[in-house]
Design a protein around this ligand. Sequence first.
Ligand code: TRP
Length: 437
Amino acid sequence: MSQEPRERWSGRTGFVLAAIGSAVGLGNMWRFSYLTAEYGGAAFVLLYIAFTILIGIPILLAELAIGRGAARSPISALDHFGGGAWKAGGIWFVASGFLILSYYSVIAGWTLRYTLNALIGGFEPDTGAHFDAVSQGTGAVVGHLVFMGATSLIVSRGIKAGIERTSLVLMPLLFALVCGLAIYAYTLEGGREGYAFYLETDFSKILDAQVFSTAAGQAFFSLSLGMGAMMTYASYVSPQQHLPNESLVIGGADFVIAFVAGLVVFPLIFALGLSADVSESTLGALFITLPKAFAMMGLAGQAVGFLFFAALVIGALTSAISLLEVVVASAIDTLGWSRLRSTLVFGGAIALLGIPPALNINILDWMDKLAGQLFLVAGGLLLAIFVGWVMKDPFSEVRKGAEHVAWFPLWRFLLRYPIPLVLAVVLYFSVRKLFFD
Ligand code: TRP
């Protein structure tokens, strides 16, 4: 077992900002806006809100309750409340962390490159060719390694001096950047059509199974759920904190940033007449179309583009540290290693695992699908069953620091019946699509 005493956040703000930092990332800034455009505008947004409230927040609270209650990293925490067999679940979480961080860091490396390029020379007009050059090969490997180095450095410094301090500085900056960019986008002539495209409602699409499971997967990804990241952060939370309220604040902030990021992306694209380019690829809008808009805007575009990609780097970094912390905290708790050794060994291993997706974008695409559609959904199902049925008295855990909360009974009910049912259906469709199509 670990020799060092367990660290704590210095207070409420530290934890909440770090958790929002985990949630807000690449998932909000490109995945959400792209999916919204692709799957029916406001109809998708409504479905996503429903999933966030009815599945995301209950699972988030479940993770917080397990984490704080056990005050251990996921493998030991599931063991603590459920018995030795549940360790396998914790190992599944750690494996998910490995998988996600290794390709997430590659995408983050691209955003790093774009930010530097904006600073140095602005955006090249042929953004498609530029994206091909940046996204695969040696350059991508270097970007990924630099990003993993920064992530490991922060995590190696621990909870207060590393993760908390980073979030305290970077999260307010990120909020300011995204809001400032949205206001700027509002002033652009011709941007109005962008809003219309973003929010144009097509309710017929809500009923589609594909849209349904995409919205569920996005709710998980965006809230960092299903692999013990929030659980690990909660293991450093004090018993006085009001977990149900924190889950609402984290969920709300994550949604707002995703929504506002859409208010940046679409008006920009439409104001510059690039709407036809909102391409089929998930990566298109962000890494190809948007830089084209920046390139067309000259010096202003260089500045705005720099700020936009800097915001992405910040979001990615505060998310990546939460992914690495799951793996590192597990190594500290179960192997008894020091934080430094755990970070070096496992940060290094993840850096290696990220080399194939940095060399080949098809591998990256496949890893993203595997993680988002299989690992996280299965992890969420496991969590719902665990807190709904296995854990003896989850109420006593969430009630610490929060006596009377009207939605407690609803919370347990959702975890017991509707959530496992919905997630099992989503999982069935995902597995079928991933392996048998
Ligand atoms: N939520 C982050 C995003 O939206 C990504 C992320 C961080 C994540 N930690 C996670 C996703 C844990 C799933 C699980 O970009």
